[in-house]
Write a protein that binds this ligand. Structure first.
Ligand code: ATP
Ligand code: MG
Length: 327
């Protein structure tokens, strides 16, 4: 059984996009191999963030992982910063990824586009190096992510190829896995843009009240076509709502189109809101219970201990391969 790895940055409150595109898939695959699901707190430092916010967001992600159904006896849930091998390996691997390829990364271009060059941190630029270290440390072949992270996984693949060509079969080749439906949930207010936790426009947050979630869905941007039909180019808003409904209910696009044939967008939006609320009601209850129980700290400690065990072995393999004296 292949190892599975993924993570989420504690840069803000999680969105429905993170839930559908990432967390739900973690739960789906947790029995198919050993999974390493971390909270990418070092990655969260690549843009300015308040210390208290970072701490609280990190705890929340762990609680959300558990609330979504990740079993801490099967999945290893841990903080990236609790496993020093991530940082140590990144320092070595940064020599095998090049400025040109890093500057072509969409995430870097998006996140730095509105910043003055003097204010862009090196960490933001080098983000894919740390991410490659995250990935290869656990010898993981399977990397479940949303569509936007595929480019970074591809870069990690290039690095593995380059590194192994130079030193032999040291690193395991990873592969991105994206959900068939829901790998890119769009903003409700601008359905041509990805829903992102660091960009509050048109987001549904997992900690929004159920009432607020309903309101946001009811006021989602649609179109003048007047037909519930999956067509991303001409009906991006409706297509996005269909994607949300399909990924949470299991209904296909055809089934949804049939169900709402001849009906208005109001009826459709109400049904989408019902689907989201039905999914999130028990999830939010479990989250509250987990936060009160103190389970998070215990789970993170256990996760870090197992992660350190595996990661330090891989790090040593790399250190030896490159010829670090005394290793
Ligand atoms: P940020 O704005 O800080 O980058 P984000 O919402 O993009 O936040 P990340 O921490 O970058 O979240 O990504 C965590 C996981 O969630 C990744 O696997 C990513 O691909 C996935 N993901 C993020 N946004 C979406 C989305 N809109 N639809 C589907 N998956 C998503
Ligand atoms: Mg992101």
């Amino acid at each position: 059984m292949d190892n599975i790895l993924s993570g989420i940055k504690p840069t803000g409150q999680l969105t429905l996009g993170n839930y559908i595109g990432a967390i739900k898939n973690f739960v789906k695959v947790q029995n198919e191999g050993e999974s390493f699901l971390f909270i990418a707190d070092l990655h969260a430092l690549t843009l300015p963030i308040e210390p208290e916010t970072l701490k609280n967001n990190s705890r929340d992600i762990a609680a959300y992982y558990l609330a979504a159904g990740l079993d801490p006896n099967r999945a290893n849930i841990f903080l990236q910063s609790d496993v020093p091998s991530h940082s140590e390996l990144a320092i070595i691997l940064q020599n095998y990824l090049y400025m040109g390829e890093l500057s072509r990364m969409t995430q870097f271009k998006d996140k730095s586009s509105k910043m003055k060059e003097e204010a862009i941190g090196l960490g933001l630029f080098a983000y894919p190096v740390l991410m490659a270290a995250d990935i290869v440390l656990y010898d993981s072949k399977r990397i479940p992510v949303g569509e936007d992270q595929v480019q970074h996984v591809e870069l990690a693949r290039d690095l593995v190829k380059r590194f192994n060509n130079r030193y032999g079969e040291v690193l395991v080749m990873p592969k991105a896995e994206i959900a068939k439906v829901g790998a890119r949930i769009m903003s409700l207010s601008d359905p041509t843009k990805k829903m992102s936790k660091s960009d509050p426009k048109g987001d549904i947050y997992l900690n929004d009240s159920l009432e607020a979630i309903r309101k946001k869905i009811m006021s989602a941007v649609t179109d003048m076509v007047g037909k519930v039909h999956y067509d991303v180019s001409n009906q991006p808003g409706i297509s996005n709502l269909m994607t949300i409904m399909s990924s949470l209910s299991g209904k296909t696009f055809e089934q949804i189109e049939k169900e709402f044939e001849g009906k208005g967008y109001g009826d459709f939006k109400r049904a989408v809101a019902d689907t989201v609320v039905a999914e999130l009601t028990p999830f939010k209850q479990r989250y509250e219970e987990i936060i009160k129980s103190g389970l998070v700290d215990e789970v993170l400690q256990r996760g870090a201990s197992r992660a350190n065990q595996i990661a330090s072995k891989t790090l040593l393999r790399v250190q030896k391969a490159v010829g670090l004296y005394h290793k």
